[in-house]
Each structure stands twice: as C-alpha cells, then as structure tokens.
Design a protein. Sequence first.
Length: 333
Amino acid sequence: MCRPTVSVIIPTYNSGRFVGHAIESVLAQSFDDLELIVVDDGSTDGTVDRVRSYGDEVTYVTRPNGGPGAARNHGARLASGEWLAFLDADDFWFPNKLAGQLALARRAPDLDVIVGNYHVVDEGGRLMHEGFGDHPLVGLDSNGADGEGVVFGPESRERYVAHRFGILSTTLVRADLFRRVGGFAERLTLAEDIHLMTRLIASARSFGAVRVPVAAYRRRRGSMSHGQDEHRHRVTATSLSDLVSERSLPRAMAGAIRWQLAETYLDLAVLLARQGRRASATVAATRALIARPGWRALRMIVSVNRPVREEPSRPSIPDALDPVELFRFGAIA
C-alpha cells in the first residue's frame, strides 16, 4: 500500500457522544489521501461500538488509560503518513481543512508546522467566537499575510511564545519532526499541547497558519479546560516550568518562556488574592519572581501581605434627638 500523505490521529476517552462527528469530519475532507487512526484510551461508555461502525475506513486501537499525550503518541507510532494531524474527539474539522493547509505547504516548502484559525462552539455546535480574532500575529489585521496564510521563520519563535496561536485540533506537523522532538510529554496530562508546540516551533525550519477557520473547538460544560481558572493556570505553569529546563531551546525562546511563566504565576496570584488566599497568592507571586525577577512580582508580594486596616467601629446614634448629641456622633455636619 502506498504511503498516505496525512495520518490523522483522534484520541478518545469516553467521548462516544461526539467522536462520530469528529470521524465524519475527517472522512468528509476534500483532500482524501489520508489514513485515520482512532486511539481509544480505555473508554467505558460504548465508544468502541460507535467507532467500529465505520468499518475499514478507520483504524481502531485500544490501550489502557494513560492520558491524551500517551494516546496520541501511540497513534503516531502506528502512523505511516508524511504529515501527522491531530483532532480531539469532541472537536471537528471543516471540509477544506487539510486541503488549505497543504496548499500553504506547497507555496512554502520549508513549512514544518501549520495550524489554522478555528471557531469556538458550544456543546450543540453553535458559534461562540472565532479563535484568531484580532490576534497580533495571525488576526485579520495582522501584518505578514500571504493570501489566506501566514508564514514565520526561525526569527519569529520568540514572538510565537509570547503570542501563541492555534489549537491542537488544527495542527499539521511533519511526521519526522514530531518524532525527532520526542512527541508529547506523557508525564503531562494537561497543557501537553503547549509543551509539544513549543518544542516543535523551536526545531521547525518555518511554521505557519491558515487564517480561514478550518476546525471547531467544542467548549463542553464541566470539561477540564473550561471554568477552572486556577487549575488552568497551575497546569500551564507546570508545562512552562518543564520547558524552562529544556536545554535545546534557543536562548531568546527560553527567555520568552520565563516571561510567560512569570505572567502565568502573577495571574494566579491575583486570582488567589481575590479569593482571600493570601498565603497561596504569596507563593505564586514568589514563583513569578524566581522565574523572572522584576518589580511587578515584588509589588504583588508586598500588596498581598500588607496588613488590612480595620475601620474603627462607629457608635450607634442615640435615640434622643438632641442636636448636640447628634453632632457628636456625626449624624449632622
């Protein structure tokens, strides 16, 4: 059998309600030189029956639950395509997703990583907002546009870290680059996409984005990534902290990661301080100071630990309506 141009990998864990839509969005692509691999990460909700209903159009494999990064790596080991594309089981693609990205790759042969604009939708698929919007690098008003695509060279790696764009469900990456950087960090169960994309960009000859929406990111009620700001900040900080120790990253890129790590910890400190959790806020602000020494982190530490001034209790106004007494108690000026 000839090697396909693209291997599509869908990891799924108890996503039987949505995985069919994801699969059908791949099978409906206008570009069809592809293979589709669904990795079931230990589902218990009947996902197996839903996926197997597509027969030979889908390669279906199961494995013990090990997290999304491990599931995607397992799919990548089975893949034979020149490019790897990832799609979360609760997201879906638009019909020209792959065709548009590969057209950009033909115009810029050095492209190793390509993402795309996307729609954020609710559980029913209703549009909430567009992903790129007014993004400074890939938004509709940004510079550097080449038709519907934007291409960035190695000199833009630092800017990417400071202004990330795209989501994993829009990512198309050369298979040899994915394997060269070691795939997903399986020790991370969240924010593993940030970790991978940073390492891919660090090693890519060039990277780019299709500016038209190519996929939909489904925001689900109760999902781990929605409505849990503290948890999101903490897992992002864990991912960035791990990247700081990556010696292979270019110096400018490593500096931008430290800046982003400090900003993440400062945002967490503000969130915790507003909840009255002063000790935890102090720890977060201190970690920001360690990541990137500066006055903002110091001011945050001082602000969080400033003694709270208690307003003196004001005596109640006596029942008597004597003007002298009312003046004394401040009821009249």
